[in-house]
Design a protein around this ligand. Structure first.
Ligand code: N01
Length: 547
């Protein structure tokens, strides 16, 4: 720790992605607080700062719904150009937001928060940064990202490989050329499925190492005509209301019951939704795709048939055909993924049949074969949802570390608050809808709740808000019970923590987004039952650095 003086603020926001930018805006302009934001990245963007791999796009129906909804002017003035926004478009949008609302001046970039400690007497947090600086604040908002901590496999010899290694979630900012290169890609989740077709366009050869065959639905990305965008704008108030009422998207989900249709009629419907593209096959085919195993298998069979239709080599098609329950890993929207395997310069290695045994300076070896490569792309995902909070590892009341509290299970109340960590709020924390909801809108609604909690505290002269272990246990039961009504927990995925060796196994998201957000709004309106408020202790707080 340097001798640099400690700066004092009312609130600290960690992370400059969608959630963090909006938190800073509301705490600063809505509550009139002095707020400091920190991000280890060199600029705004959060996940979009880091995920710049070729083909990176929003993996959901996007423009204009994957964006902020709080400002109609913003909706009016930003021209989204494609139906499935690219990572560079989303990043440009966030840079525009940061400028428009003058947010950059209150962020310190290239400054990772390395620790945070609560002082119960002072009712303040002290955070330390990787630059050796220190700051205190009454409140800390952790907008640290649900998909931030990269999962890097530790295959024997991987560090001996002498060529470049790029993780999709930490993609370099300088251009990466695949021209004439033999590229190995490990991982076929959303990132791999998006990147592989793009890499194959210019690489000499791409060898894909697949552990689990995946469902991917055609994104049918296309330019978004200005007239179409204008129609959304004209209808914006109603659309936003629909997003709030439904699961974060304005699209109605189907009420059709599968048994009302014959198998042939159902097949025709699947065909129609496949042609339409996006997530419609999942949300608009029939009620219960993610709860009714028989229906789920039928939809899965339909996609399996599609894969066999698209991929010409039957052996490759067999390896690419997923077996797990449809939609129970994150559904992927692709742009020509399965078609890519018809190219001469793409080979698929099924790791279930031929696991990787080691790397050398220039090759990757499986039990059966050795592949000379010039570049390694790791599309191996993240220590999702809990990883970024554990990397921060704050110390709460009595110095208890979050890593100890969460050693065997991730307990939270509402996915926003952790007992023993007063005045600390998470955006998209474990057990909130997070990735199962529209993240920008979900972040706005979390920030609204945090703002209401802080207002409540100020109005009543309280110094701290905490939650209880009883409230956490009840929340855990609820989140678990909801997940168990679905087929999700039946599949190993990053939703369940199964992708990280040794990680506690628990379903990490609240599965009912709109019900969840109605509930947290009601909790705020009712005076925050399940939360404990402590009177202000410190006679006088240090003067904030800026106001
Ligand atoms: O990561 P993943 P991702 N050896 O965990 C495999 C979001 N996202 O970066 O399935 C070999 O889904 C692993 O295999 P398996 C989106 O929500 C958003 O692709 O565990 N393979 C899997 O195939 C998404 O769901 C956008 O058996 C290994 C792959 O690597 C989430 O990010 C865009 C391995 C990892 O897939 C994560 O997607 C892209 C090993 N040791 C992604 N370890 C947006 O638009 C892992 N794998 C916002």
């Amino acid at each position: 720790m340097s001798d640099a003086p400690t700066s004092h603020y009312d609130a600290i926001v960690i992370g400059a992605g969608f959630g963090g930018l909006y938190a800073l805006l509301r705490l600063r302009d809505g509550l009139g607080m002095s707020v400091r934001g920190f991000d280890g990245a060199g600029g705004v963007g959060g996940t979009w700062w880091h995920n710049r791999y070729p083909g990176a796009r929003v993996d959901a129906p996007s423009a204009p719904f994957y964006g902020y909804t709080f400002s109609k002017e913003l909706v009016e003035e930003w021209d989204w150009t494609e139906t499935q926004s690219s990572s560079s478009d989303v990043l440009r949008y966030l840079e525009h937001v940061a400028d428009r609302f003058d947010l950059r001046k209150d962020f310190e970039f290239d400054t990772r928060v390395t620790g945070a400690r609560w002082d119960d007497d002072e009712q303040r947090w002290t955070v330390e940064t990787g630059r050796g600086t220190r700051a205190t604040a009454r409140f800390v908002v952790c907008a640290t990202g649900a998909l931030f901590v990269a999962n890097k496999p530790d295959y024997p010899g991987i560090d001996d490989f002498t060529g470049p290694i790029h993780h999709t979630g930490r993609w370099p900012h300088e251009p990466v050329s695949f021209e004439g290169k033999r590229v190995a890609v490990i991982g076929t989740g959303s990132s791999g499925v998006q990147a592989i077709p793009e890499i194959a366009k210019s690489a000499a050869h791409v060898t894909v190492f697949q552990r689990t065959a995946q469902y991917a639905l055609p994104a049918r990305n296309r330019p978004l005509a200005l007239e179409e965008l204008q129609a959304y704008r004209d209808d914006w108030d109603d659309l936003r209301e629909s997003m709030v009422r439904r699961g974060g998207w304005p699209f109605p989900t189907t009420r059709q019951v599968a048994s009302d249709h014959t198998p042939a009629e159902r097949r025709a419907r699947y065909e129609e939704l496949w042609a339409q593209g996006g997530i419609h096959l999942s949300i608009n085919s029939y009620v219960g795709v993610l709860t009714d195993e028989e229906l789920n298998r039928e939809v899965g069979d339909f996609v399996r048939d599609k894969i066999r239709e698209i991929v010409r080599d039957p052996e490759t098609a067999r390896k690419l055909t997923p077996e797990y329950l449809f939609g129970t890993k994150r559904l992927i929207l692709d742009n020509g993924y399965f078609e890519t395997y018809n190219r001469d310069n793409v080979t698929l290695v099924d790791l279930r049949e031929h696991p990787i045994t080691s790397f050398t300076a220039t090759t990757v070896r499986t039990e059966r074969s050795e592949h000379p490569i010039d570049m390694l792309v790791l599309a191996t995902g993240f220590d999702a949802v809990s990883g970024s909070m554990l990397q921060l590892d704050p110390q709460g009341v009595d110095g208890v570390r979050l890593s100890d509290k969460w050693a065997t299970r991730f307990y939270t109340n509402l996915g926003m608050s952790i007992a023993g960590f007063p005045n600390l709020f998470m955006i998209h924390g474990p057990q909130s809808p997070g990735v199962l909801y529209t993240m920008p809108l979900g972040g706005e609604r979390h920030v609204a709740w945090i703002e209401a909690a802080i207002r409540h505290l100020e109005e009543h002269g309280f110094g701290a808000i905490d939650t209880t272990e009883e409230a956490e246990a009840a929340w855990d039961n609820e989140v678990n019970a909801l997940a168990n009504r679905t087929l999700y927990p039946r599949t190993n995925s990053w939703y369940t923590g199964a992708n990280i060796p040794g990680k506690p196994r628990q379903f990490l998201a609240h599965t009912m987004g709109s019900r969840y957000f109605d509930r947290i709004d009601a909790i705020a309106a009712e005076g925050f039952p399940g939360f404990v408020f402590t009177p202000q202790r410190a006679a006088e707080h240090p003067t904030p650095a800026t106001r």
